[in-house]
Design a binder for this molecule. Structure first.
Ligand code: NAD
Ligand code: UGA
Length: 462
C-alpha cells in the first residue's frame, strides 16, 4: 500500500527529528506530528526557528523546508489518527517509579494509552509502528489492546526502533547505518513491512534496510544500547586503574581501538554516560533477564550501571577531597550541563549527579552551559530524587563562563562542548582564586597548555 498520510504520536527528541526527515524525503506524504503537550507543539510551530523545542544541528533547516508543506505539528491527536494509514508511536518509555518492576522495568503506560486511543478513534485499517524503545514482546501487548478495543479494523504492528544519537541526529537519520523493521511473517504483515520499507527507501539504500521478525527487532534495540554503554563503562573502569598505575587512558584507549576487531568508537572515557536511554534500557534488560530467572545475565549487565554511578561519584569525591584538604573556597564552576555536546537535553546528565553530590557537602555550584536554559538546570537539581528538598541557594547560573569562575578555585568540565577548547584560558585563570584547578571530566583540554598558564590540570584516567 502506498502511504499518503502519516501520524506520529509524540513530538519529542525522536518524533520531531525523525518525522521531519521522513517529510523532507517524501514530499508526497503528509506527516502530522501530534503531542498532548500544547507548549511543545507551539514551540515546534514557532516562526523563529531558534525556539524549536529540540536543539539539534541541522534540524531547523529541515523543519523550515518541510513545515507547512507536508509536515505539520498539532495537538489534534484524534483527528490525525483517524486520517492516517500509518501511525508511529514515539512516546516516552521511562523506568517505572512504582508498582511491579519499580526502578527497573519500562513504564509502558504512555504506549498503552496510545494503543487505546488508536483503537477508539480508528475506522479504517491502520499500520501501527512502534518507534519507541520497548521491552521485547511489547508488540504483542499493543496487538492485544488494539484487538480488544476495536474489532472492526485490521491493525498491523511493526517494530521500527530508532538508533539516532542526540547531537548527531540529523546525520544519523540522513545516512543511517541501518534501518530496522520488524513485522509479522504473514501476507498482511509483509505488505505492512513493504509500505514502511518504501518510505525509507526514498533515501536509504535498500541493503541498509534490515527486515526481521518483531521480537528480534525489539530486542536488537535494547541490546544495541547495552553494548554501546558497556564499552563506555569498560573504558571508565580502566580509567581508575590508569590513575593508580601511571598509565594514560587516552593512550590505552587509542591502542585498544586500533585493533580493527575492537574498533575505536565509544572508547572515550568520561565522568559517566548520561542521556535518557542507556540507563533505562539497561535497567529494562536487567529486569527482563531477572524475570526469566537469568540471574547471572542480569547481574552481568547491571555492572555497567554500577560502574557508571561509581565514575560520577569518584569524580565528585575527588573535588570534595581537594577542597577539604587545601581549605579552598566551597564553590565550583561547572562548565557544561547537557549530557553531551550539541544538544539541550539534560536527562541523566552526569552534571546533575556531580552537582547534587557537591551541594550535599555544602559546596556551591556556578553553572554555565551554552544551550541549556536556567529553568531546566534548576528543575534538574530540584528533581534528582523524590525526597529532594528545594535548595537553590547553592546554585547560581551564568550566561557567561567567565562570570562563573569568579571567587572559585575549581572548574569542572562536565560536557565536551567544542567552545570550551577555544576559550581564552589565561583570562579565565586571571579571574579565578589561586591556586586554580581544572577537573576535566571529558579530557578535552590540553594539559600542557593549561599548566603553562598556571592551572593545576586533572583529567580522567591520566
Ligand atoms: P520525549 O520525552 O522527548 O518525547 C515523548 C513525547 O511523547 C512527549 O512530548 C510527550 O508529551 C508525548 N506523549 C506521551 N504520551 C502521549 C500521548 N498519549 N499522546 C500524545 N503525546 C504523548 O521522548 P524521546 O526522547 O523522543 O523518546 C521517545 C522514545 O524513543 C523512547 O522510548 C526512547 O527510549 C526512544 N529513543 C530515544 C532516543 C533519544 O535520543 N532521545 C533515541 C532513540 C530512541
Ligand atoms: C544513544 C545511542 O548512541 C543511540 O544509538 C540510541 O538511539 C540512543 O542512545 C537512544 O536509544 O536514546 P545518545 O544517548 O543520544 O544515543 O548519545 P550517545 O552519543 O550514545 O552518548 C550517550 C552518553 O555516553 C553521553 O553522555 C556521552 O557523552 C557518553 N559517551 C559516549 C562517553 O562517555 N564516551 C563515549 O565514547 C561515547
Amino acid at each position: 500500500m502506498k502511504i499518503k498520510n502519516i501520524c506520529c504520536i509524540g513530538a519529542g527528541y525522536v518524533g520531531g527529528p525523525t518525522m521531519s526527515i521522513i517529510a523532507q524525503k517524501n514530499p508526497e506524504i503528509k506527516v502530522h506530528v501530534v503531542d498532548m503537550n500544547a507548549n511543545k507543539i507551539a514551540a515546534w510551530n514557532s516562526k523563529n526557528l531558534d525556539y524549536l523545542p529540540v536543539y539539534e544541528p541541522g534540524l531547523s533547516k529541515v523543519v523550515e523546508e518541510a513545515r507547512g508543506r507536508n509536515l505539520f505539528f498539532s495537538t489534534d491527536v484524534d483527528k490525525q489518527i483517524y486520517d492516517a494509514e500509518m501511525i508511529f508511536i514515539s512516546v516516552n518509555t521511562p523506568t517505572k517509579t512504582s508498582g511491579e518492576g519499580k526502578g527497573y522495568a519500562a513504564d509502558l503506560k504512555y504506549i498503552e494509552a496510545c494503543a487505546k486511543q488508536i483503537a477508539k478513534v480508528s475506522k479504517t485499517d491502520k499500520i501501527v509502528v512502534e518507534k519507541s524503545t520497548v521491552p521485547v514482546r511489547t508488540s504483542e501487548k499493543i496487538k492485544h489492546i488494539l484487538k480488544l478495543n476495536n474489532k472492526d479494523v485490521d491493525f498491523q504492528i511493526l517494530s521500527n526502533p530508532e538508533f539516532l544519537a542526540e547531537g548527531t541526529a540529523m546525520r544519523d537519520l540522513e545516512i543511517p547505518d541501518r534501518v530496522l523493521i520488524g513485522g509479522d511473517n504473514t501476507v498482511k504483515g509483509k505488505k505492512a513491512v513493504e509500505s514502511l520499507f518504501n518510505i525509507y527507501s526514498s533515501w536509504v539504500p535498500e541493503e541498509n534496510i534490515l527486515v526481521t521478525n518483531l521480537w528480534s527487532s525489539e530486542l536488537s534495540k535494547l541490546t544495541a544500547n547495552a553494548f554501546l554503554a558497556q564499552r563506555i563503562s569498560s573504558i571508565n573502569s580502566l580509567s581508575e586503574l590508569c590513575e593508580e598505575t601511571g598509565a594514560d587512558i587516552e593512550e590505552v584507549s587509542n591502542a585498544i581501538g586500533m585493533d580493527s576487531r575492537i574498533g575505536n568508537s565509544f572508547l572515550k572515557t568520561s565522568v559517566g554516560f548520561g542521556g535518557s536511554c542507556f540507563q533505562k534500557d539497561i535497567l529494562n534488560l536487567v529486569y527482563i533477564a531477572r524475570s526469566l530467572g537469568l540471574v547471572k545475565v542480569a547481574d552481568y549487565w547491571e555492572q555497567i550501571l554500577i560502574i557508571n554511578k561509581h565514575q560520577r561519584e569518584r569524580f565528585a569525591n575527588k573535588i570534595k577531597t581537594l577542597i577539604n584538604k587545601n581549605s579552598l573556597i566551597k564553590s565550583v564552576s561547572i562548565l557544561g550541563w547537557a549530557f553531551k555536546k550539541d544538544t539541550n537535553d539534560t536527562r541523566e546528565s552526569a552534571a546533575i549527579y556531580v552537582s547534587d553530590s557537591l551541594i550535599r557537602s555544602d559546596i556551591s555550584v556556578n553553572v554555565y552551559d551554552p544551550k541549556v536554559k536556567e529553568s531546566q538546570i534548576l528543575f534538574d537539581i530540584n528533581h534528582i530524587n523524590e525526597n529532594y528538598t528545594e535548595n537553590n541557594e547553592h546554585v547560581s547560573i551564568y550566561n557567561d563562563p567567565i562570570e562563573s569562575v569568579d571567587k572559585t578555585n575549581i572548574i569542572a568540565i562536565l560536557t565536551e562542548w567544542d567552545e570550551f577548547k577555544d576559550y581564552n584560558w589565561k583570562k579565565i585563570f586571571d579571574k579565578m582564586n589561586k591556586p586554580a584547578y581544572i577537573y576535566d571530566g571529558r579530557n578535552i583540554l590540553e594539559k600542557e597548555k593549561l599548566e603553562s598558564i598556571g592551572f593545576n590540570y586533572i583529567g580522567i584516567g591520566r
